[in-house]
Write a protein that binds this ligand. Structure first.
Ligand SMILES: [Zn+2]
Length: 149
């Protein structure tokens, strides 16, 4: 993990260049924040806050644009949970998520623990690209916790 983290931020320039994005200061800064600490699920708002804390002068609009460029370039994968909120996942491989409702947080479902036995036939002339499953969870209330015992 440690090594991977270091490599990820080390590769920021190459990473941007390899997908045809000019490594501008803002892109590099946002890319570092996104990829600097392992796999993450961040909304544009959260990344914007982190950028502010890191002393970067970027607007929320720039953060949105940059995240969409990263998405188009295949660097991140967008995940929708809440109506208007999109999370950007730094892990672009196929995997599924828990969405913790009260905390507005996306967490990976461990690989292989969710089994999909049957998928619908895609509509005529279409093919399935990938399947994103979001399992919404919340903390058990005291009452239901007591019931369980
Ligand atoms: Zn994920």
């Amino acid at each position: 993990m440690e090594n991977r983290t270091r490599n990820q931020s080390f590769c920021v320039f190459e990473r941007l260049r390899s997908v045809g994005l000019r490594p501008t200061r803002q892109r590099v800064a946002l890319c570092n924040l996104m990829f600097g600490s392992g796999d993450r699920h961040l909304s544009a708002e959260e990344l914007y806050e982190e950028a502010q804390k890191a002393g970067e002068t970027v607007s929320l609009a720039t953060v949105y644009n940059t995240l969409h460029q990263f998405t188009d370039a295949g660097l991140v994968r967008p995940l929708s949970a809440e109506g208007q909120r999109t999370y950007f996942d730094t892990n672009t491989s196929d995997h599924h998520h828990f969405f913790i409702e009260d905390e507005n947080e996306m967490v990976d479902i461990p690989l292989g623990t969710l089994k999909l036995n049957e998928l619908p036939e895609p509509p005529e002339g279409m093919e399935i690209v990938n399947v994103d499953v979001v399992v919404r969870v919340r903390r058990k209330s005291e009452a239901s916790r007591n019931e369980a015992h």
